[in-house]
Structures are given as structure tokens and as C-alpha cells.
Design a protein around this ligand. Structure first.
Ligand SMILES: [Zn+2]
Length: 430
């Protein structure tokens, strides 16, 4: 899917200090809900110019009218290929016209305010908010003032439509999407680099040398800054999560850690130096500091772990959940009752943000978890109904229960139905 054209507008005022108007996307939005951003949106039709698009979005979202001629272009950012929705976004900068007061007036936004760029950057540095790379880049650049702003905002190659290799949506959690042989519609697995002065690498996923080079170069840059890579952690045994582990371990001479079950399952493929134990806690030095806790969360795979970052309640979900596509529960490895109890276990931890192995991170963890559990229960009710109606095999149940899913996916859906039937049987409901 090619990226869709979009515009974003950085509205500023000097009163007398420089302030920008930023907004938060409503947590109800399935796409980037809860993220901080600038007003903007998609081109309404192909004929619409990008400045016209920016001006229209600004008026629709904040009720502010600006002259198109007053908009200064300040770069163009393209969403990397790992995301479920991709945009080619043209950024503009403009002074808020005298006498106009922005106020969010859109179901897409739940908050808007004037903020000094330095204060926005300070919030980011605390690790409590989430935003996409172009927003952070703009705020950091603006925090140094308006001097020569056009060229400063476009200095980075990423701000000129260049590739984005490392994505930091929340401070200290860097996502590196790597192309892997994974399950469609996903095409990439996200490797995470967590921490500050000390780093843990989670799921160095890719078997492809050209992708391993990308991860190496991101790590080289971090090491050049004086940061130290401590360990490689694996969330579970699947090849689209572990295939870069041997390369990384040889390249950086760092140990690999995984749950004991995973270690046994991948013996001969990747040697595991240390076991990750449920409840284990690890502190990572740096500013503001990170505490990681290992959570054994079986269901998708027996040795599956999630990683909770305790301070900001962020979870690296592995394949327990995903930001694109669905999670396959494939018996006998996959076990539906166990999977649901792992989701509930995560729910009880009250996480704020979820960082998936596939697709974009979620700033609205509670909503996403509820949605996941409800969705599985909805399917299960339908499967139970089909069973009670006399349909007894998974392949006959699928067309009834998964009529909303493309028939191409039905062979996978059949595995899920089998998993649900197993659970219903265990519970004595069928
Ligand atoms: Zn998996």
C-alpha cells in the first residue's frame, strides 16, 4: 500500500515566548489514539493542494482560518512500511492570526493547548507521553527558537521524505521495524531497544542480512554515544522474532536471554545464555531510568514473555497482541484459555502503552486489551452457537463465524476455532 498524502500544521504564537498549539488524538481513535500531534489530516481529493489541505484541516479541527499563502513548508515525513496506515505528510508552519483562538472541535481530538516547545520536550523526556518522530523532531527544533527555522526543520534527511529506521514513540523505547518472513498482513517484526545508558535488545527478528545491517547501524550510533548493550531478550521461539539473534550476539558479544521453555525449544538454533524468569526485575541506568519486569504470558507460545517497563507502565507485548493483523492461537502450541488468562494478567497490571512486535504502538492500553478480550469472547459465543446448531467440525464452523474475514484467511481461522473448541471442551461447555 503506497502512503496517502496528508498535511500537518504547526501553529505558533509569541506571547512573548514562543508557543505551539498541539493536540491529543482521542483514545477512542483506533489509529494512534492518545498520541500527541499537530492538527492535520488526509488530502480530501487528489486535486486538493497540500497547503489547501492543511488550511482546511486546521479550520475543521480547531476553527482557525489561515491564508494558504502564509503557510511555510517545513518538511515532509513518510511513515515507514511497518505501520498499518502510512502517510506522506507535508508539514507547514504558520503564525496564528491575531484574534483567533484554536479550540479542538473534532471527535478525533480530546485535548488541545498552547505549550512552549521546551515544556513539551520536558514532558517527552519524562517518558509519560507518546508522539511520532516528526512531532518530536519539530518540538525539539522549535525549542531552540524560530531563528532560521525553515532550514533547521528540514536539515534531517527524515524530514525530506527519507527513510526512518529507528522510531522512538516514548522516551527510551526505540522501535526498529525489520522486514521478516512473518504472517500477512504484517511484513515486519519490531525489534525494541530499551533503556538509556544501558540497553536491552528485544527480539532481533530478521534473518535477512540487509535488515541486520539496519539494526547494527542503529546500535552502532547508540554505542558511539557511550551507551552499552547489556543483553538480547527473546519474547518467544517463533522464527520472525529470533532470526537475528545469532548475528547480533556474535557482532556485539552479548548474551542471549529467554524463558526456559523457549530456550529448550530453540536449542540448536539459538543458544540461550540465561533464562528469563517470571517476575524477574532488571534496572537500566539512564535518564529517567527504567525498570523492566519479565512476565511469563503463555497462550500464543508456551515460553512467551511480555516485558513491563514499570515506571511508565509500558508493555512490550511480543506476540500476545499486535498493532496490525491478529494473533494466531494454533493448538497444540497455542492454548486459548491460557492466552485469555495472559491477556487478563496484563489487564490487571494497568498498563498505559503497548508496544507490539507487529504494527504501531498503542497509547491506549486498557481500551486495546478490552477490545482484544471482547473480540475473542464474541467469536467464542458464535462458535458455541454454531456447535449447538449441530455443526461439529472446525472447517464447517469457520464460514459461519468468520464471514467478515477474507476466505484466504480461513485456514488460519480454522486453527483458532480448534483452539476455542478445545477451551469450550475443557470448560465442559460442549
Ligand atoms: Zn509468534
Amino acid at each position: 500500500m503506497p502512503p496517502l498524502s496528508a498535511s500537518a500544521l504547526i501553529l505558533y504564537r509569541e506571547s512573548p515566548e514562543l508557543e505551539v498549539y498541539w493536540v491529543r488524538r482521542s483514545p477512542k481513535m483506533s489509529f494512534m489514539g492518545g498520541y500527541y500531534t499537530f492538527p492535520g489530516g488526509r488530502q480530501s481529493e487528489e486535486a486538493e493542494g497540500m497547503t489547501a489541505c492543511a488550511a482546511r484541516e486546521l479550520e475543521e479541527e480547531l476553527g482557525v482560518r489561515v491564508e494558504e499563502a502564509e503557510l511555510t513548508p517545513v518538511g515532509r515525513w513518510v511513515t515507514p512500511a511497518f505501520a498499518s496506515r502510512r502517510f506522506d505528510t507535508f508539514f507547514f508552519l504558520t503564525r496564528c492570526p491575531e484574534g483567533q483562538n484554536p479550540a479542538p472541535d473534532s471527535p478525533e481530538l480530546d485535548h488541545g493547548e498552547w505549550i512552549r516547545p521546551v515544556d513539551a520536550v520536558a514532558l517527552w523526556n519524562k517518558g509519560t507521553i507518546m508522539m511520532a518522530p516528526p512531532i518530536r523532531y519539530a518540538l525539539e527544533t522549535l525549542s531552540l527558537g524560530l531563528n532560521d527555522i525553515e532550514s533547521r526543520l528540514t536539515r534531517d534527511t527524515r524530514a525530506r521524505g527519507g527513510e526512518i529506521y529507528a522510531i522512538e514513540m516514548r522516551k527510551g523505547i526505540v522501535l526498529v521495524p525489520l522486514r521478516t518472513p512473518t504472517l500477512p498482513p504484517a511484513t515486519h517484526t519490531n525489534c525494541y531497544l530499551i533503556g538509556g545508558n544501558e540497553l536491552i535488545v528485544i527480539d532481533p527478528a530478521s534473518p535477512y542480512p540487509e535488515e541486520q545491517v539496519i539494526l547494527d547501524s542503529v546500535l552502532e550510533e547508540m554505542v558511539a554515544e557511550g551507551r552499552k548493550i547489556r543483553e538480547i531478550w527473546l519474547t518467544h521461539r517463533h522464527s520472525d522474532h529470533i532470526s537475528g539473534a545469532n548475528h547480533l550476539r556474535d557482532r556485539w558479544k552479548i548474551p542471549v536471554a529467554a524463558h526456559k521453555i523457549t530456550a529448550e525449544e530453540i536449542r540448536g538454533i539459538v543458544e540461550v545464555d540465561r533464562f528469563l524468569v517470571d517476575g524477574e526485575r532488571v534496572e537500566l541506568a539512564g535518564d529517567p531510568g527504567w525498570w523492566l519486569q519479565v512476565l511469563h504470558t503463555p497462550g500464543h507460545a508456551r515460553g512467551h514473555v511480555c516485558i513491563l517497563e514499570e515506571k511508565r507502565r509500558s508493555v512490550i507485548t511480543g506476540d500476545l497482541m499486535a498493532g496490525i493483523g491478529t494473533i494466531l492461537i494454533d493448538p497444540p502450541e497455542g492454548h486459548m484459555a491460557t492466552y485469555l488468562s495472559s491477556l487478563r494478567q496484563l489487564q490487571e497490571l494497568n498498563p498505559e502503552a503497548l508496544f507490539f512486535a507487529h504494527g504501531q504502538a498503542s497509547a491506549t492500553a486498557q481500551e486495546k486489551l478490552r477490545e482484544y478480550i471482547d473480540h475473542r469472547i464474541m467469536r467464542e459465543e458464535k462458535i458455541l452457537k454454531a456447535w449447538k446448531g449441530g455443526i461439529r467440525t472446525a472447517d464447517e464452523i469457520v464460514p459461519q463465524v468468520y464471514s467478515d474475514v477474507h476466505p484466504k484467511m480461513w485456514s488460519l481461522a480454522e486453527r483458532s476455532v480448534t483452539a476455542h473448541l478445545e477451551k469450550l471442551r475443557e470448560e465442559g461447555r460442549i
